[in-house]
Design a protein around this ligand. Structure first.
Ligand code: UD1
Length: 421
């Protein structure tokens, strides 16, 4: 198993290109299941989660070809609407095939994801929504089994804001008979990017980006081309990397428009951040002070502060001046990075879903364990400023969601290398 070795002390400086968004690409790959024609995508990041999703689609009969950031998918020969446990257990987002398969094939068999490191994360809302659209759903031998002659449009209301739940139901509704209204819908930019792709495939969707989405079902969708939006969490993570090291970095191929809550907090911490727009391209320039001020955050659905940036801000607060409170409202067990940060010398106390952090003058390198994707990113950030070397084990979590992170950070001047343990 690979590990990362990060040497602390270098200020990051230079330019980094941001990749396409994992959380937009995953549902968009599943959208290919809705048509017999070819879906051509660009700006698809090269990540383990994307590889897993492509494998899943291939074993269903989807023809996949991939060259650099281009992926083309042809689900004309779709014959096996099954998502097996072996693939689903490594990536919860596999549940995103449930809606499209049920809509297109009238049946689907998708393994239940099971528990995951950051909490229980059930999929009851996905299932309830499909049932309201007329699907018969049972759970047999750990698999969700859906059947329906054709889905019917319905008025859906989710109990909580769920991103993949909204995406699953929106995809299913595209081929349903009649109109579907999703209330309490997730407003995340990735939902909007998926809707844009579906509309270019012939879907009739309005309201994506608000909390009420209307979908008029159509009989069939056609092929299309789509460019995946930039990854706002990778963007936020590199902004934090520049911030924590007191650096100056330009992030290209991305936009601060998706990241207002994160940018505001970094400015409160003392950073200067400017958006730079040229025809056809956008970038963000960050200049950080030599020491950041601590900033409190509370995670909540978009447009509030994203839970996927919580761990990175914990790392920042560990070395900032002053103290901060972090409240996690989305997932019930998302502070596992705290114990690892404490091993580096951070002062953190956890009480339920609240973390209290007092900024330390310095952290010290140690061996730490990555526990989930964003937790891993926080350990890399802490390693960039800890004295000596930080060894981060189990970085397969990081490889699920960050494209070539050590090359990108290395090009900005970080001392970082991958080792085989
Ligand atoms: C997506 C993102 C993930 C991000 C999260 C919250 C993808 C592939 N992943 O995950 O990176 O951290 O949004 O922004 O886009 N819930 C239920 N029942 C359901 C569905 C959700 O109880 O049927 C709960 C979850 O346990 C969680 C909350 O609702 O507490 C929000 O989860 P959700 O938005 O669904 O997260 P994901 O879509 O899995």
């Amino acid at each position: 198993m690979d590990r990362l070795v990060v040497g602390g002390g270098a200020r990051l400086n230079g330019e980094v290109a941001i990749s396409g968004a994992k959380n937009a690409a995953l549902p968009i790959l599943c959208a290919a299941l809705l048509t017999r024609e070819t879906l051509e995508l660009t700006n698809v990041p090269e990540l383990n989660d994307i590889g897993t999703m492509l494998k899943l689609l291939e074993q269903m009969g989807v023809r996949v070809s991939r060259e650099e950031d281009r992926v083309s998918l042809d689900a004309g020969g779709l014959h096996n609407p099954v998502a097996p446990y072996e693939l689903v257990k490594t990536m919860r987002a596999s549940i995103l095939v449930l809606g499209p398969l049920t809509a297109r094939c009238g049946e689907a068999r998708v393994s239940l994801p099971g528990g995951c490191a950051i909490g229980a994360r059930p999929v009851d809302q996905h299932i309830r929504g499909l049932q309201a659209m007329g699907a018969e759903i049972g759970v047999e031998h750990g698999y969700v089994q859906a059947r329906t002659p054709r889905l019917r449009g319905a008025r859906l209301f989710t109990d909580m804001v769920t991103v993949t739940g909204t995406e699953n139901l929106m995809m299913a509704a595209c081929l349903a008979q009649g109109e579907t209204i999703i209330e309490n819908a997730a407003r995340e930019p990735e939902v909007v990017d998926l809707a844009r792709c579906l509309v270019s495939m012939g879907a009739r969707i309005s309201g994506a980006g608000t909390d009420v989405i209307h979908i008029h079902g159509v009989d069939r969708l056609h092929g299309a081309r789509h460019r995946v939006m930039p990854d706002r969490i990778e963007t936020g993570t590199f902004l934090c990397a520049a911030a924590i090291t007191g650096g100056r970095v330009r992030l290209t191929g991305t936009s601060s428009g998706y990241l207002d809550a994160v940018v505001d907090k970094l400015m409160d911490a003392g950073c200067e951040i400017h958006s730079e727009k040229a025809p056809g391209s956008e970038s963000i320039l960050i200049q950080a002070p030599s020491r950041l001020k601590a900033v409190s955050i509370r995670t909540a659905p978009y447009p509030a502060f994203p839970t996927d940036m919580q761990a990175q801000f914990m790392a920042i607060n560990c070395v900032a001046e002053g103290s901060a409170v972090i409240r996690e409202t989305i997932f019930e067990n998302r502070f596992m990075h705290a114990v690892e940060l404490i091993r580096l010398g951070a002062e953190i106390q956890i009480d339920g879903n609240t973390a209290f952090i007092i900024g330390a003058e310095r952290l010290q390198g140690a061996t730490v364990m990555a526990t989930d994707l964003r937790a891993s990113a926080s350990l890399v950030l802490a390693g960039l400023v800890a004295e000596g070397e930080t060894h981060i084990e189990r970085i397969y979590h990081l490889d699920r969601g960050y494209e070539r992170i050590e090359q990108k950070l290395g090009a900005l001047g970080a001392q970082i290398r991958r080792e085989q343990a």
